[in-house]
Ligand binder design. Structure first.
Ligand SMILES: [Ca+2]
Length: 101
């Protein structure tokens, strides 16, 4: 059980570091000192995955044992689970605003 407590503490601190890194945005997303189409796709991806990444990071920080059990870690950011959550959030959001229009 001591290993479990250490794994939880490790995941929590890794998630806090990942949270800070995740929300840094710049026009030059790949840091090559040029703003071009490659940065546009990275910005689009940054924006698309934001809801899923936020939910996964919050789970890692505030429901750490659950995240550990589910195998969610900072490597999960912008992955399949995050993409699925993000797609659902965006579809529900678009559906909500489309119905109001
Ligand atoms: Ca660039």
């Amino acid at each position: 059980m001591e290993a479990q407590a250490a794994a939880i503490a490790h995941l929590k601190s890794a998630a806090e570091i990942a949270w800070t890194a995740r929300w840094q945005m710049s026009w030059d997303m790949n840091h090559d000192d040029v703003v071009n189409l490659a940065d546009f796709w990275l910005l689009t991806s940054w924006f698309f995955f934001a809801p899923g990444d936020a939910i996964l990071l919050l789970a890692m920080m505030y429901a750490t044992p659950v995240a550990l059990f589910l195998g969610i870690d900072p490597q999960s950011l912008s992955g399949i689970l995050s993409g699925t959550i993000s797609a659902i959030v965006w579809l529900v959001t678009i559906g909500y605003f489309a119905r109001r229009a």
